[in-house]
Write a protein that binds this ligand. Structure first.
Ligand code: 1CP
Length: 345
């Protein structure tokens, strides 16, 4: 047994050190499929839950207790820092984040001010309570990356094609860069609050950046994600970078500077390692939909992922994206046990 997060399989794998077993956690492991989550959230709006430290602490702990995962992820949302600096937005059940006045001009971009620790004191409080309760289990903090945040702000809500976002990127590059610059400072500030409060690692979710080409990523996104990872260098907390549909961007995601690159299910991990290049751990990459199939299928597919990962410098087992709402929690519990047993060394 280890007694400090620093000795944990999760942090060791992120640092590409030998591990007793492959560590596992699941994106969106809190909420979604857990009945105890639905019970505690009954009648509490999402953003109210995120701003209530007791609820954040309890919900963050639920999947750790039930699944025995190797890391907890703070219960929050990528739009929490935007709400905290005064953006008029809400999270609508069954929809996601909805912004009252989408940002489409320079005045609206300028109104996005930097975040101060006092704006999110409930996050500091929750992280402090959680690090005590978690003991040796590491806590992952997170933030949305500038591109993904920009998409919600510009579109006004969830979007399939990110049309308005790309229209600004291509048509008004000056405005685009000004907006990305502001979002970069907010993201950095929000991650620093979590690191100061005691999280052991951070994940930057650029969930929707797979929508852009490599050349456009380099010009319109990479400078900002690089600034975030550079700003968090030398802190002893591994930095994880994740996006969906990023097969063609994996080399650039590696270039951006994270310690760990998250891979969705579309690229096998051994091929992902070639694309990302040396000196990085990888995280992933079971298709979350596989968990809806019978256990025998889950076991076989998870075994294939471990086999693909055998030659990696470091591997954190995860899904290729978040847990789907219809997932049976027992499948996640079994999967956690299976990964631990099958990878024990
Ligand atoms: O384990 C956890 O559930 C941790 C908490 C967590 C995280 C890491 C939530 C709670 N949201 C997120 C990150 C997040 N939020 C991302 C990045 C991860 C990903 O790609 O899945 C994104 C894109 C969002 C935006 C968002 N918030 C959506 C997606 C909408 C879309 O564009 O398709 C949704 C549905 C939300 C609301 C939300 N966030 C979290 C929960 C539990 C919910 C559901 C709201 C509710 O219960 O009322």
């Amino acid at each position: 047994m280890t007694s400090e997060p620093a000795d944990s399989a999760f942090l060791r794998a992120c640092r590409r050190r030998p591990v007793p077993h492959t560590p596992v956690w699941f994106m969106r492991q809190a909420g979604r499929s857990l009945p105890e989550y639905r019970a505690i959230r009954e009648g509490v709006p999402m953003l109210t839950a995120c701003a209530t430290p007791d609820l954040v602490t309890e919900i963050t702990m639920q999947p750790v207790r039930r699944y025995g995962v190797d890391a907890a992820i703070l219960f929050s949302d990528i739009v929490v820092p935007l709400k905290a600096i005064g953006v008029d937005l809400d999270i609508k059940p069954g929809v996601g984040p909805v912004v009252a006045a989408p940002i489409r001009d320079a005045d609206a971009a300028r109104a996005l001010r930097p975040i101060e620790p006092d704006d999110v004191s409930y996050v500091t409080e929750a992280v402090q309570a959680l690090t005590k309760e978690l003991g040796a289990v590491p806590l992952i903090g997170f933030a949305g990356a500038p591109f993904t945040l920009a998409s919600y702000l510009i579109e006004g809500g969830p979007s399939k094609n990110h049309d308005h976002t790309k229209a600004m990127m291509y048509g008004e590059p000056g405005l685009w860069h000004a907006l990305m610059d502001r979002l970069t400072e907010i993201t950095l500030g929000f991650l620093r609050v979590q690191l100061d409060a005691g999280v052991s690692a951070v994940q930057l979710f650029d969930s929707w950046v797979g929508a852009v080409s490599p050349d456009d990523y380099r010009e319109f996104v990479l400078p900002y994600t690089s600034r975030i990872f550079d700003g968090l260098a030398g802190l002893d907390a591994p930095r994880i970078h994740f996006g969906v549909g990023t097969g063609e961007l994996l080399g650039l995601l590696g270039e951006a500077g994270a310690d760990v690159v998250g891979v969705d299910w579309r690229v096998p991990l051994d091929e992902a390692a070639r694309r990302v290049g040396p000196g990085k751990a990888l995280q992933g990459n079971l298709d979350p939909a596989i968990l809806l199939a019978p256990w025998e299928v889950v076991e076989r597919r998870a075994g294939e992922i471990l086999a693909r990962a055998a030659g990696l410098e470091g591997h954190v087992f995860n899904l290729g994206h978040g847990v789907l709402p219809g997932t049976d929690p027992d499948q996640l519990a079994r999967l956690t046990d299976f990964v631990h047993a099958a990878s024990a060394r």
